[in-house]
Ligand binder design. Structure first.
Ligand code: FEO
Length: 169
């Protein structure tokens, strides 16, 4: 059975992951509107991964005989006006998720919940990957500038991203 403090913070993390999905979908809609279908694809795939992140927490809480509790998901906020600015916003968002996962990991140690400490390692590694993926795109945009041809080629590259489901096992 999971301890109540851990159950509460994992439920809060579910909400953050689903909020992340909303945020990426809002960005995907923006990119689609301005004709960048590759950027739209990349953020849509990311939204699906965020739902997986929430569902892995959901399945873990149930596996530990805990209670899943849903809170209201905030509407995504943000003024999207150009691809680099949106990706910088994504980078800041992912850094905040990393900080949130670090707090969860710290609490599992304080509460001596080694099962959840072990479980949360997957998220720690996933955040390293997520920050890296975003930062690499930002670096490319900064290195090659914002001319239309650069965006066009990057859009083709981002169109190749495919969704691969992550599951709790
Ligand atoms: Fe689930 Fe992008 O953090």
């Amino acid at each position: 059975m999971i301890n109540k403090k851990i159950e509460e913070i994992l439920n809060a993390q579910i909400n953050k992951e689903f909020y992340s999905a909303y945020l990426y979908l809002a960005m995907s809609a923006y990119f689609d509107e301005v004709g960048l279908q590759g950027f739209s694809n990349w953020t849509k795939v990311q939204a699906r991964e965020e739902v997986d992140h929430g569902m892995i927490l959901f399945d873990y809480i149930i596996a530990r005989n805990g209670n899943v509790e849903f809170k209201q998901i905030e509407a995504p906020t943000g003024d999207f006006h150009e691809p680099l600015q949106v990706f910088e916003m994504i980078y800041e968002h992912e850094k905040s998720v990393t900080a949130s996962i670090d707090v969860v990991a710290g609490m599992t140690e304080d509460e001596c919940d080694l099962a959840t400490r072990n479980f949360i390692d997957w998220y720690i590694a996933e955040q390293v990957e997520e920050e890296k993926n975003v930062y690499e795109i930002i670096k490319k945009m900064k290195m090659f500038g914002s001319e239309k041809s650069v965006l066009y080629h990057l859009d083709l590259e981002l169109a190749k991203r495919e969704y691969r489901q992550h599951k709790y096992s």
